[in-house]
Design a protein around this ligand. Sequence first.
Ligand code: FO1
Length: 306
Amino acid sequence: MAVKNVVALAGGVGGAKLAHGLARCLPPGHLTVIVNVGDDFTHYGLHISPDLDTVMYTLAEIANPQTGWGLVDESWQMLGMLEKYGETPWFRLGDRDIATHILRTHLLTQGETLTAIVRKMSQALQIDHTILPATNDHFATMVDTAEHGTLVFQHYFVRHRWQPTVTRIWYDGNATITDEAAYVLEKADAIVICPSNPILSIDPILSVGDMRDRLRLRRVPCVAVSPLIHGKAVKGPADKIMRELGVDASNTGIARYYDRLIDALVVDKGDAPQQGAYLETNILMLTPADRERLAREILQFLEGMT
Ligand code: FO1
């Protein structure tokens, strides 16, 4: 059977890169990216959805190529003005990026759902695939740390530069998955878990409502792409957090972490896990061509599994 409709689960920068590769390989309308919203928070009264925006900007090909988050050709006048008022703006909102947060916050106060808002913005940015938040409900990743107690995710990740020792992760809010996410999972021919942080970015998607059970009971192949190369995170704190929470920071650890959720793990050459099926290839995505090549290999691999 041909793999026509693909659902990808993604967090921020690493996940967005593979989603972009998949978007370039699949015909318009055949990819849905279900995105983590556990990183969402309110900052200066604005509803910020970092991972949704990272995926949206990346698929629209307007993401900042240096950081992976935020917009290309950004300016920072607003932050300068905040500093003039004596603020310490630790979360860098660019002048153009802030339009997204203002509009999203406004539409939320008008009663629109996050799903409808992302659809509207994606259409305006001419994205011809679908981006869905995992939930429209309040659902916030909370990080218990040894040094600073409990931190809202962005305070842990950006304000404290993911340096505190993590003792536990939990979620604030009782959320259900959206009808749209349930529908695309039902219609999917294959599922791809992007190379996002399994604990910080993928677990909050799996922890929304019955998402984990839906994945376990799937009738289609599901692969995950490892965020590690020889035990080191390609970007961010994946290996650090895995160690802190007692998860083996290796592809074997990732394969165990995703036990029963995936049929195979996609890993870098020479870095095979000691358990489970796997595809060995070059998983480092430095250029858009790398993203497309990796996506194509994954789609071919999935075709062979159906
Ligand atoms: N990440 C940073 O490391 N520093 C920032 O100042 C920062 C600002 C920011 C603004 C908008 C946005 O959409 C994302 C932003 N990020 C920033 C990235 C982001 O918070 C994290 O990478 C993700 O939440 C983790 O996936």
